[in-house]
Write a protein that binds this ligand. Sequence first.
Ligand code: NAD
Length: 324
Amino acid sequence: MSRTKNSPKIFFLEVEIEDKKLVKEKFPQAKIFNKVLPEKEIVKQCREAEVICPFIYSKITRKVIESLPALKLIITRSVGYDHIDLVAANEKGIIICNVPDYGSHVIAEHVFALLLSGLRHIIEGDKRVEQDKKFYFAGLRGIALKGKNLGIIGTGKIGKNVARIASSGFLMNVFAYDPHPDKDIALENHFSYTDLKTVWKKSDIITLHCPLLNSTKHLINKKSISAMKNGVVIVNTSRGGVIDTNALIKGLKSKKISYAFLDVLEHENNIIENRKLVEFQNVIITPHIAFYADDSMGKIYSEAFATINSFIQKKKIINQVKGL
Ligand code: NAD
């Protein structure tokens, strides 16, 4: 995008140092922040913004929306948009966009990275050899994926990729719950739809791929956990709020849940809040990195840039969020 007098005031938040050049090349006049901005700072530093392009940790709250008088477009560089107050933005006629598919395969791949690391004791095995200078297998008997029942919650872009890898690659029995089932997706990816109750009851492993909505907040709670198989494994790469952390901790303590593999947490901005969870030996937590791979990052930016350019050129804007 060339530098013009009429370019809107564009503010990019949470840009990694290595991506700054990319943004500058496309939007030389844009203001770029390489960190998460708290509400107060967004209000102070982005007051002139017409376009704001955050990742997921800078919350675009009602206060932010009401304090930025020129704001016309919010384009989040993420699939999820639960960090944006959609109602407040909608009231002000602000366009909200996301990047709906920048590489759903990378998140699906991370699900299996977590499962294999945990169930095959990769981290402990490596530690035994590297730190302890020992080389024996006792105590590290793994759990195979083949033949296990995998229950998927949400069969959108990520969930269906997980189903494909699980059924065709690992030869697992895959079933899923989604309020909007798609028979063709099920047929193509070798899984069947069922109800939530059956997912809880039959799954050896449950993996979450639904958005965080009022209807999915704390979907994994005391009651749903009690309906699960003893020794169930839970994987969450969706949003931390889909799991009630206290119920998860109780489930781990009672051994109802044998492992939890989490890329997302309810309290990502405050790791101290999660300390009880972090301490479990049978819990693996990665710091929200499922999306973060070589090919996905380029696509996130190119899609976000395309949306901003459509806005500038007054073209039809695709990728508008329809979450209201
Ligand atoms: P998507 O919109 O393609 O699919 C979401 C699916 O969830 C849809 O099929 C929808 O019908 C279903 N759904 C809605 N409500 C449901 C409910 N109550 N129960 C079960 N299913 C329900 O989204 P996607 O691209 O597959 O991404 C899914 C989620 O993964 C995102 O919303 C985001 O929060 C998360 N995500 C995480 C990372 C990461 O790095 N960890 C990266 C990208 C996305």
